[in-house]
Design a protein around this ligand. Structure first.
Ligand SMILES: [Zn+2]
Length: 55
């Protein structure tokens, strides 16, 4: 099973074998992580809630 690291808490995240880019995984620390696949590696990007687009 592929593994990735949570950018928020630094712990391992279990990633399903057939994960697709753009899929959202919930981690045990409470953050939602969006799957990004780059160069065959799985990266996780925290989903920003209430993102600020301007001031
Ligand atoms: Zn985490």
């Amino acid at each position: 099973m592929p593994r990735a690291r949570c950018p928020i808490c630094g712990r391992d995240v279990q990633v399903p074998e057939d994960v697709l880019p753009g899929e959202v995984l919930d981690h045990e620390c409470g953050v939602s992580l969006e799957v990004v696949i780059s160069d065959g590696k799985i990266l996780l990007k925290p989903l920003e809630i209430g993102e600020d687009w301007g001031e």
